[in-house]
Design a protein around this ligand. Sequence first.
Ligand SMILES: NC(=O)c1ccc[n+]([C@@H]2O[C@H](COP(=O)([O-])OP(=O)(O)OC[C@H]3O[C@@H](n4cnc5c(N)ncnc54)[C@H](O)[C@@H]3O)[C@@H](O)[C@H]2O)c1
Ligand SMILES: [Zn+2]
Length: 336
Amino acid sequence: MRKQTFKFSKSATDIFFDLSITKLKEIVDVKKVIFITDENIFTQHQKKFKGFNTIVLKPGEAFKLQSTIDSIILQLLEFEADRSSILVGVGGGVVTDITGYAASIYLRGIQFGFIPTSLLAMVDASIGGKNGINVELYKNIIGVTKQPSFILYDISFLHTLPESEWQNGFAEIIKHACIKDATMFKLLQANSLKYYQSKKKELITLIERNAKIKLKVVQADEFEKAERKLLNFGHTLGHALENQYELSHGQAISIGMNYASEISEQLLGFKQNDAVNSLLHRYGLPTNVSYNKRKVFEILKMDKKKAASEINYILLEKIGKAIMLPIPLADLENLL
Ligand SMILES: NC(=O)c1ccc[n+]([C@@H]2O[C@H](COP(=O)([O-])OP(=O)(O)OC[C@H]3O[C@@H](n4cnc5c(N)ncnc54)[C@H](O)[C@@H]3O)[C@@H](O)[C@H]2O)c1
Ligand SMILES: [Zn+2]
């Protein structure tokens, strides 16, 4: 069992990059564990939950709500969860975000850990300590920053992950390559989704490499003052499109990354936007959608990252090197 510990400002997280969920007993006192998962994962991996108190949520972003938290709290009370209980979120980013938040407020805070089951949660959502829920259309508008005490990666979960969710995960992986890792960008160009789906060792290595990119960024800037903002590459326009059209998060940020690359060419002389574009296509992601510019621009203006009359846009100087550039709203309208 290979444990790696990552330190943050107030706590540390133990990470096990390739460990079966059956080995959980070697990490924590399993008598104290209460699992939180969703129906999709629970029905397809029932054996893994045997013998554990398990709270099963309805799947999807639509249930990332306060009413879900209320029902979790009531079930925790039924299980007589106390300060020594450990909540373990077994699922995609919706489950891990909810678990971290519920654990942080139940009895003013109990221990929690994650077993991410979607590729996106493995390389992105389970890392960094942002936990929270949505209120109406406002995504992740309430929550806490608190690191999980452990993250366990059991990639056997990925056998049941739908193809579209693999693509969502790869959108964030390509994002990491664009902003931080030119060598990984080349590696992704040489391989494919099918390749990673069929090669366990190479997949684990890729997941670990991506998790470490995010971990390092978060360690440098846990409370998103500067460096961590680079992770928003593709997300400014992406979020606006995601709100407005029937796009998954991965598809929306893929289009966002393509536009950001083009803006990078115009403003910074970035020369590799064709490479970014074809890599996104290679992993089944779209790079364009016909959208209502006015509407999307209205949403952009209300974006959280807006500072006065400018938007802080994440752009690429070259593959592997991102910067943040404030762009006046009026200019951005022309650029888009
Ligand atoms: N906290 C953070 O820093 C952070 C970062 C990125 C995203 N997020 C959040 O993560 C969420 C998106 O994460 P996601 O894409 O994992 O969403 P998700 O949890 O909704 O999972 C996507 C779908 O895949 C299913 N699924 C997950 N694992 C499966 C498996 N092994 N087999 C079969 N089906 C499986 C789920 O049931 C769901 O239907 C969003 O709510 C987003 O806000 C948080
Ligand atoms: Zn994202």
